[in-house]
Ligand binder design. Structure first.
Ligand code: 5GP
Ligand code: MG
Length: 202
């Protein structure tokens, strides 16, 4: 029935999915609930609190877009980019702050910061970013992630807000990629093992 090329592409992308772990409806509900909690905490800082949201790109772009539209607070957004899973790797190669995409100001004095990332895995990324931000002397720093992997090493890693705890496996969708693909899948999914090729990035 469908000769629409877009439908064919979507069908091809769907063939790569092994399992939908969290569907778009559940994600939307949870983001709304978490946003209420964050809004209450940040509103508690007072009417004149200066709030800066710092999304870690690229993976958090869809999450943060949904989250901030549920936060009825005056805020600035400063983008930064960290890469740790280059190309076709499914294990961390060490977090690095991008020099090209870095909108951090020279000082965050007096500002309350919320760092937003897609997923907490080894904790390297959040630790790196939190350290860099602490050096800019903000009034406070909070951290928020869409996903946290259930790994023993990060059980006690300090993070303020978590949308979902997930099993320790490689996931894509809702902003998260494999080799820069699949970010536009609206659900959080696991890919079939044949799709996750042997790592080719050294
Ligand atoms: P960490 O530094 O905590 O080890 O890893 C965090 C970063 O690694 C995330 O921001 C994300 O970019 C990437 N990452 C970790 N686990 C996954 C995963 O399961 N899927 C994808 N697509 N990226 C991941
Ligand atoms: Mg990331």
């Amino acid at each position: 029935m469908s000769s629409n090329p877009a439908t064919a592409t979507l069908a091809r992308m769907k063939q790569d999915i092994r399992e939908v772990l969290i569907g778009r409806g559940a994600i939307a509900d949870r983001i709304r609930a978490l946003a209420d909690q964050i809004a209450a905490d940040l509103a508690g800082l007072g009417d004149n609190a200066e709030i800066t949201i710092i999304p870690i790109l690229t993976g958090s772009f869809i999450f943060v877009a949904d989250l901030i539209r549920e936060l009825p607070l005056k805020m600035q957004i400063r983008l930064i980019s960290v890469s740790s899973y280059p190309g076709m790797s499914t294990t961390s190669k060490g977090a690095r702050l991008s020099e090209q995409l870095n909108q951090l100001p020279t000082s965050l004095t007096g500002r309350h910061v919320l760092i937003v990332d897609d997923i907490l895995d080894s904790g390297q990324t959040l630790r790196l970013v939190t350290d860099v931000i602490q050096r800019l002397e903000p009034a406070s720093v909070r951290t928020c992630v869409l996903l946290r992997k259930q790994r023993p090493e990060i059980k006690h890693f300090p993070v303020n807000y978590v949308c979902f705890d997930i099993p320790d496996e490689f996931v894509v969708g809702f902003g998260l990629d494999y080799n820069d693909y699949y970010r536009n899948l609206p659900d959080i999914v696991a890919l079939r093992s044949e799709v996750l090729e042997t790592e080719t990035v050294s």
